[in-house]
Write a protein that binds this ligand. Structure first.
Ligand code: C2E
Ligand code: MG
Ligand code: MG
Length: 601
């Protein structure tokens, strides 16, 4: 092998103690400077590589201080093996540095990282590397070289797809920007540059607005609007993210209190937590303190955590989710499907709702596979008893498709972009009935009904036998509808009707406008009808699915009915019609009265 540094000490004992890192036997920081100056004058042709263990903290937490130390020792050992004849140092914590031949740098990094896989004990940690290649004219500025190598390394922190990066001058700019975010953060909070924007959640069964997500926005007088996609990561790196998240929660509680004090209809708001929040503070206790200060019931706050919160850090959420549940919060999994171990997570963590990652919808028009995956996620959610919300809905087609497959809620530009809460506007429209956080005339769902609709939403509309508890078959061909009436209305509405139900109604010659889906029957028709009336009465007694054999226009059909949910006289039924023969055989003027006549004849 070509040798670069002839006199690199290859045994720790050869390094004077003031230059030696006692844990690994490599050079320490001073030793590295010493080595660069004295061991070889030829380092101008070498690469400076900075190594940083991504997520070393979680390794330490899982395996303790001793385990962490052993890991650092194995990093040093592997470096010694691969970076033979190079200058190697541990310069503090989990940071290492190497000066090695430029043309070998990348290959050596890859070889080293491959060897490290045997030491990571199945955890999602890796040793990231940043390379600086000094130009021949840049002599002797070791500190600057190290700084640039570190900067290159920092660029790929917490990324899954990159294991090393090479410095380029553009990185300085991004560092300056990051610096301005960190140094300007306090002022941004105290001056109100950062605030929550609210994006509506819409219940697909009713089309009503049923909640919001609070998304932070930083509107800076100098830099303009800074996207959370940019500043969240910087604040995470700087370990300031919990301050942002708690601040946003405080602002949300403030806004909710305002709405409640005005006697308006407040809707629940979901807030985003970073996985780091759980380390940087006692996030449950902090949120409880804020919530109680504003006297907001916990059901108005939903906690969103991303999958990475689970994959990186092991099991802390196993104890945190029940704590939130016990206090009355819902806990939602954000960006479901974007990580790589989503399905494992579902087995372990008791989430209330999956927010389906918007990337599935980005391919909705071009890739039919996305439809299959979306339907499968919704179906799986139902079987696991977890609600579903699709993010990033932008078109009517996407909206209709998600409704048809039984997805319960959506969020996306189609139904509203994130917007600030306007107190003045709320004040002006105070006399109106259904006013909420961002008044624009949409109908909102009273929070008392959210559990009722959640319960209806658990029906697996894609099942072949949706009313049987343990149906394992998929893809229904039977007509299925969900009907609803309230105690004070004589009318019956369709909350849902699948394609075959709509076909069926059409074939019967009945005219239903599915954009205003009023049933052609009244409550009295329904209750007086021998088939439906009997089914409803039996269902109320047994609480189970009930079946009635009906003769419709001389053709036999099984009508199945089940009560899905009830709330203060409001009641929702699921109806399926099976063993249907050729619908053309029915009389044109089919209606419930007709059917009862058929039956009695
Ligand atoms: P997220 O929680 O998954 O939020 C959804 C993101 O999708 C938001 O981006 C939202 O504006 C965007 N979005 C909503 N509907 C559509 C749509 O129809 N089409 C498209 N293309 N995009 C849509 P935003 O506000 O830029 O936030 C990005 C991410 O930053 C959030 O993703 C969340 O993970 C994080 N974030 C935002 N605010 C906070 C916060 O206060 N704390 C923490 N820890 N993270 C936050
Ligand atoms: Mg979110
Ligand atoms: Mg999301």
């Amino acid at each position: 092998m070509k040798k670069q540094f002839d006199n690199v000490p290859d045994r720790p004992s050869q390094i004077p103690s003031e230059y030696r890192d006692p844990l690994t036997g490599l050079f320490n920081l001073n030793g590295f400077f010493y080595g660069m100056e004295h061991i070889s004058g030829r380092y101008v042709h070498s690469a400076i590589i900075h190594f940083d263990v991504d997520d070393f903290k979680s390794f330490n937490e899982q395996y303790g201080f001793m385990g962490g130390n052993q890991f650092l020792q194995s990093v040093a050992e592997e470096l010694r093996i691969i970076f033979i004849d190079s200058i190697l140092a541990r310069i503090g914590g989990d940071h290492f540095i190497a000066a090695t031949m430029a043309e070998l740098a990348e290959d050596r990094i890859v070889a080293f990282q491959n060897r490290m896989k045997t030491h990571t004990r199945n955890m999602q940690i890796s040793v990231k590397a940043g390379i600086y290649l000094p130009a021949p004219y840049e002599k002797g500025n070791t500190a600057l070289f190290m700084d640039r190598a570190k900067l290159a390394c920092d660029q790929i922190k917490h990324t899954y797809d990159k294991s090393y990066s090479i410095y380029n001058p553009g990185m300085e700019k991004s560092r300056q920007f990051r610096h301005s975010i960190i140094s300007g953060f306090d002022k941004a909070l105290s001056s109100g540059y950062i605030k929550p924007y609210y994006q509506p959640h819409v219940r697909l069964l009713t089309g009503e607005r049923c909640g919001y997500e609070a998304l932070s926005r930083w509107i800076d007088p100098e830099h303009g609007m800074i996207s959370p996609a940019v500043f969240i990561e910087v604040l995470e790196d700087a370990h300031l993210i919990h301050l942002l998240d708690l601040y946003i929660i405080e602002k949300v509680c403030e806004d909710l209190r305002f709405v409640m004090d005005k006697g308006l209809n407040a809707l629940p708001v979901s807030v985003n937590l970073s996985r780091l929040d759980f380390y940087l503070c006692n996030v449950f206790v902090e949120i409880e303190t804020i919530r109680k200060r504003y006297d907001i019931p916990a059901k108005y706050l939903h906690i969103e955590v991303t999958e990475s919160a689970l994959t990186d850090e092991g099991d802390f959420l196993l104890s945190e989710i029940p704590r939130f549940h016990k206090a009355g919060y819902e806990v939602w999994m954000d960006d479901f499907g974007s990580g790589y171990s989503s399905l494992n997570n579902l087995m372990s963590y008791p989430f209330d709702l999956l927010k389906i990652d918007m990337n599935f919808l980005r391919e909705f028009e071009t890739n039919p596979k996305s439809h299959i995956i979306l339907a499968a996620i919704v179906r799986m959610g139902k079987k696991l008893g977890i609600h579903t919300l699709a993010e990033g809905v932008e078109t009517q087609e996407q909206y209709d498709f998600l409704r048809e497959i039984g997805c319960e809620k959506i969020q996306g530009y189609f139904k509203g972009r994130p917007a600030p809460f306007d107190r003045e506007l709320a004040d002006k429209v105070i006399s109106r009935h259904s006013v909420d956080l961002t008044e624009d005339g949409s109908v909102t769902e009273p929070i008392e009904l959210s559990k009722y609709y959640d319960q209806i939403g658990t029906l697996n509309v894609l099942s072949n036998s949706p009313l049987s508890p343990k149906s394992l078959l998929d893809a229904t061909t039977h007509p299925l509808a969900i009907l609803e009436h309230t105690s004070d209305s004589s009318k019956v509405y369709y909350l849902y009707a699948n394609d075959s139900y709509r076909e069926y109604i059409k074939a019967l010659g009945l005219d239903v406008d599915w954009s205003q889906p009023l049933m052609p029957f009244t409550v009295d028709d329904l209750l007086n009808n021998p088939v439906y009336g009997a089914l409803i009465r039996r269902c109320r007694e047994t609480g189970q699915k009930e079946v009635e054999h009906a003769l419709i226009g001389g053709t036999a059909a099984d009508v199945q009915l089940k009560i899905l949910a009830e709330h203060e006289g409001r009641i929702a039924y699921a109806v399926t019609i099976e063993h249907l023969m050729d619908p053309q055989a029915y009389e044109h003027s089919f209606d419930l009265t007709q059917r009862s006549a058929d039956r009695s004849s």
